[in-house]
Design a binder for this molecule. Structure first.
Ligand SMILES: Cc1ncc(COP(=O)(O)O)c(C=O)c1O
Length: 361
């Protein structure tokens, strides 16, 4: 039986597998900032409620201009959306009936939104043997035949961050042959803003950079994301967007979030420390771990151990990992762990240690 797809929906997994959900579930399949939304957002709640009776600003203010200043660009180069998910859907329309390259394993929504617009998909699979690094050579061979290349940086579910050289070489080549490039930077906040491609978009007008507010600011429920591109591209994407596509409360929350410098620094530090700790724990048990730069990592068990069995046993203990059965190129052998609080990760390590202890090499 195929395991159900379940990003951040742990109860659904139990129901689909016919298992009784335990009273307490620790969900490591989800990968938002474990600190929760910034305190400033929670503090502004009573004031936000007073705006419920007002229509939102149609261009998504005050978020729109806050995004523009955050990146040192202009409002005309930004389109805000109801989550990066909506932005990806608007972008897919741009390639209707054309051909797109999607590099796997990666976030499933690229293909889902493109296929919905009749886009033909050329899949390129990053190899496990190369640590899931971007297969630049393979991609370059296929660029000629495509209208767009999608790259997730850092990638979900591996967390691998393409090098600046890899990205630049692909982007330059794509520009020469008229292929657009969509960079999804949903998790780049956990790396460093200096690794974002956004400042370079003005020099590479065939690039569109997608960002999500969900992950860093732990606000998946509010739905907020944006895309930065040339003003021409933004105007054309905007023509496909519904009026008031960003609600007024979300637009105010987004503007508050972008002021949170210390909150962001704490999150980057936490993710790096927890990732290093979890990676060395897993390597001690013979696992192979991805070289992640995000607030999650993926790992596979040493040969002879069954990741499906581990996944099921953890479920029975109330621990939900993210399986990889629907990630092309991972074939279910890998599992992803979101970096939660120290206490939660310690509990996960205790349960994993117990599981491994019954399986000596
Ligand atoms: C790589 C990646 N991009 C985009 C999204 C969508 O983000 P949002 O919540 O802003 O729609 C996700 C959500 O999981 C993601 O993993």
């Amino acid at each position: 039986m195929q395991l159900p797809e379940h990003g951040a929906n742990p109860r659904y997994v139990y129901t689909r597998l016919g298992m009784e959900p335990p009273g307490r579930i620790l969900d490591f399949s989800e990968n938002c900032n474990p600190e929760g939304p910034p305190q400033a957002v929670l503090d502004s709640w009573p004031e936000l409620a007073t705006h419920l009776q007002n229509y939102p600003d149609p261009s998504g203010e005050p978020f729109l201009s806050r995004v523009a200043t955050y990146h040192g660009g202009s409002d005309e180069a930004v389109l805000v959306g109801n989550g990066a998910a909506e932005v990806l859907s608007l972008i897919a329309e741009r390639y209707r009936g054309k051909r797109a390259i999607v590099v796997h394993p990666t976030f499933s929504e690229y293909e889902a939104t493109l296929v919905a617009k009749g886009v033909e998909i050329e899949r390129i699979i990053a190899s496990e043997a190369d640590g899931f690094a971007l297969p630049v050579g393979l991609i370059e061979e296929k660029l000629m035949e495509a209208s767009v290349l999608y790259i997730c940086t850092p990638n979900n579910p591996t967390g691998v961050l393409p090098t600046e050289m890899e990205l630049l070489s692909l982007i330059v080549k794509a520009g020469e042959i008229g292929c657009e490039v969509v960079l999804d930077e949903a998790f780049i906040d956990f790396v460093d803003e200096s690794r974002s491609f956004i400042p370079k978009v003005k020099d590479f007008p065939h690039c569109l950079v997608v960002r999500s507010m969900t992950k860093m600011y732990a606000i998946p429920g509010i739905r907020l994301g944006y895309v930065v591109a040339t003003p021409d591209v933004i105007t054309s994407l905007k023509s496909g967007a519904p009026h008031w596509n960003v609600n007024g409360v979300a637009a105010k929350i987004g503007a508050v979030c972008l002021n949170e410098v210390e909150y962001r620094e704490r999150a980057v530090r936490h993710a790096a420390e927890r990732r290093a700790d979890m990676a060395s724990f897993l390597v001690n048990y013979g696992c192979v771990v991805t070289d992640s730069s995000a607030n999650f990592l993926s790992f596979r068990l040493r040969d002879g151990l069954d990741s499906r069995e581990l996944y099921a046993d953890m479920l029975a203990r109330g621990i939900v990992l993210r399986h990889s059965e629907n990630f092309v190129g991972m074939d279910g052998r890998w599992l992803r762990i979101g970096m939660k609080s120290v206490l939660e990760l310690d509990e996960l390590k205790r349960e994993l240690a117990d599981w491994f202890s019954g399986r000596n090499s």
